[in-house]
Design a protein around this ligand. Structure first.
Ligand code: ZN
Length: 223
């Protein structure tokens, strides 16, 4: 499940030259989906395929309902530090990697503060334990996916310092779907904005992501 960040009344970050994050994320997500669709055995779906607003929790529900093997949210936010640039990938954690990561997740979550998942109430004790085990498994898988993903993209695309990060993003809270969020770059950085404006560069990152995700989906992690 590919999730293009933002949309509709929520433009996301706005670049120095006026580029809207919601348009960049949708375009990269579509390119990623079509690259993945060319691979046998992979069924790529989008949480949104037009310029619409979808609350964060609803994105999580779309992914769970589809019983997705993997969820990736695509972003290109702005960073408080204009020099910050390059790709980074986040998995879910109550404890953020650093202040920068926490601030980023807080800003992303502002759009929808009602977004936490409720523990099923069938049998409170048993339900909570199963929920916890399942959530831990999904989180571990997501962390493995994150390292494979960042390593395979390697030096073919600019990377942020310490590109493997964690923070408490609402959109990553599915207990049963390994979920990650990729910042493809920062629209607050002139170099990144310049790259992300060019269709050929968006195609390049979409292809790199598709290649990496295909290898991960075909690996023993998902066997
Ligand atoms: Zn964003």
């Amino acid at each position: 499940m590919i999730d293009p960040g933002h949309g509709g009344r929520d433009p996301g970050a706005i670049g120095i030259s006026g580029l809207h994050e919601k348009d960049v994320t949708l375009d990269i997500a579509r390119r990623l989906a079509s690259n993945l669709a060319a691979r046998p055995g992979i069924d790529a779906k989008l949480t949104r395929d037009s310029d619409v607003f979808i609350p964060l929790n609803e994105r999580v529900q779309i992914s769970r309902k589809a019983r997705a093997d993997m969820f990736i949210s695509i972003h290109a936010d702005s960073a408080p530090n204009r020099d910050a640039r390059g790709l980074s990938v986040y998995t879910l954690s109550d404890k953020a990697t650093d202040k920068f990561s926490k601030a980023l997740a807080d800003r992303e979550n502002e759009g929808d503060l009602r977004g936490s998942i409720v523990v099923p109430t069938v049998d409170k004790a048993v339900g909570a334990i199963l929920f916890d085990l399942e959530a831990r498994h999904a989180r571990n898988t997501a962390q493995h996916v994150r390292s494979h993903f960042v390593q395979s993209i390697g030096h073919k695309w600019p990377l942020l310092d310490n590109p493997m990060r964690a923070a408490n993003f609402v959109v990553l809270r599915a207990p049963d779907v390994p979920s990650m969020l990729s910042e493809t770059g920062f629209l607050s950085n002139p170099h990144d904005e310049k790259i992300l404006r060019i269709p050929a560069e968006r195609e390049k990152i979409a292809r790199l992501m598709a290649k990496s995700l295909t290898a991960i989906l075909e690996s023993s992690l998902f066997g």
